[in-house]
Design a protein around this ligand. Structure first.
Ligand code: NAD
Ligand code: MG
Length: 403
């Protein structure tokens, strides 16, 4: 029985994780669930999965949850705040930690799990984009095991030889490791999001409701907007760079609107190995939860007689400037990706709040990259300081634009 902590349990990834847990009660027990402030959703989850702990990052939400759980006769202990999130992620009884908080808020709890040598299932890509070098050093030195949940990275992981998989999990790899295994390229597939065919003239009028309506995947709001701008693929390219120690030049983004191929590995002999499946996160989650075994999910098998058409193209820079900003930031190094991630969180939140146009998200991100001082942000304190600085710069740019 593996004891599971789910950071971000009320979110899209959290819910899919609990679906897998519910199908395999003989394998997984829920030690703790965490959320920011959604008391109603958390109450339901606690009553159903009976975790030992529930952590709300906001104190008021924790107080409310505690009252409601008590009234329902629940035994779950409620904790509050960021330190409690970190403590739970590092709890001595936890075996597996699903890191599924969205954004930079996930960094410290995820790092706490890494430092405590847990098996960490990484959905929170922003943690790696923000702190890649530092984060991977911690994986290497702590003895933690890191498994990718992002469908593309999970697909690539599945397409690697077993010996390389082991080295990726424990970060015992270096810049030449892929080449030594005769791998020439990682091919990251992207759906292209809801605006792949939209006329560029219409981009300024795109609304938040349109942007979060992804054609293939059901996800949280922030990642849905990132998918629409293709910043998501940019963040994923940076994530792949760190996870697989792959130079930017050897990662290619391929638009594949059907989302059937979840990513591919190209070998030097001309072979390309791909992982295919339905666009349902339960598959990569179940794979990582049971690794190196495989377990069943409710995800239906692909029906090849109905897959009439798989198409591929490349991403136009004018349509997806955020992707190219991210590629450039990855080339520049860790500090640039820290600043870009922070800028993007602020600009996406402003777009969702109706304070910024869709096409202005990339403009704000680009301006922040120009304005931030990019010293080598390798240590945690410097990373957190740069993250804060980039957020302030982004907020000023947005305020100036709207006045
Ligand atoms: P979501 O918005 O649906 O859920 C986010 C979760 O994090 C919620 O439980 C929320 O309560 C919690 N949270 C939010 N802000 C917090 C804060 N400040 N402090 C503590 N907790 C906080 O997001 P999601 O779609 O589930 O995505 C989660 C992560 O997984 C993101 O990093 C995303 O990029 C990544 N991811 C998601 C998908 C997907 O299909 N949804 C796929 C690949 C990767
Ligand atoms: Mg993905």
């Amino acid at each position: 029985m593996r004891q599971l902590v789910i950071l971000g349990a009320t979110g899209s990834i959290g819910q899919s994780t609990l679906k897998v847990v519910a199908e395999h009660p003989e394998r997984f027990a829920v030690l703790a669930l965490t959320a920011q402030r959604s008391v109603t959703a958390m109450l339901q989850l606690c009553l159903r999965f009976k975790p030992r702990y529930a952590v709300m990052s906001e104190q008021a939400a924790a107080t409310q949850l505690q009252h409601q759980l008590q009234a329902a006769g629940s035994q779950t202990t409620v904790l509050a705040g960021t330190q409690a999130l970190c403590d739970i992620a590092a709890h001595p009884d936890a075996d597996v930690v699903m890191a599924a908080i969205v954004g930079a808020a996930g960094l410290l709890p995820t790092l706490a799990a890494v430092k405590a040598a847990k098996t960490v299932l990484l959905a929170n890509k922003e943690a790696l984009v923000m702190a890649g070098a530092f984060f991977m050093q911690q994986v290497k030195s702590s003895g933690a095991r890191l498994l990718p949940i992002d469908s593309e990275h999970n697909a690539i992981f599945q397409c690697l030889p077993a010996s390389l998989q082991q080295a990726v999990c424990t970060h015992q790899i270096h810049a030449g490791s892929l080449q030594q295994q005769s791998i020439s390229k990682l091919l990251l597939t992207a759906s292209g999001g809801p605006f792949l065919q939209t006329s560029l003239h219409e981009f300024p009028q795109i609304t938040p409701a349109q942007a979060v309506a992804h054609p293939n995947w059901t996800m949280g709001q922030k990642i849905s907007v990132d998918s629409a701008t293709m910043m998501n693929k940019g963040l994923e390219l940076i994530e792949a760079h760190w996870l697989f120690q792959c130079p930017v030049e050897q990662i290619e983004v391929v638009i594949h609107p059907q989302s059937v191929i979840h990513s591919m590995v190209q070998y030097q002999d001309g072979s390309v190995i791909a992982q295919l499946g339905q666009p349902d996160m339960c598959t990569p989650i179940a794979y990582a939860m049971a690794y190196p075994e495989r377990i069943s999910t409710q995800v239906p098998a692909l029906d090849f007689s109905k897959l009439a058409d798989l198409s591929f193209s490349s991403a136009e820079p004018a349509r997806f400037p955020n992707l190219y900003l991210a590629i450039e930031a990855c080339r520049q190094g860790q500090a640039a990706t820290t600043a870009l991630n922070a800028a993007n969180e602020v600009s996406v939140a402003a777009f969702l709040a109706g304070q910024l146009r869709f096409d202005q998200i990339a403009m704000v991100n680009a301006e922040v990259l120009e304005q931030c001082a990019m010293d080598k942000a390798i240590e945690l304190e410097a990373i957190l300081a740069l993250d804060q600085q980039a957020r302030l710069v982004a907020e000023k740019i947005i305020a100036r634009r709207s006045s």
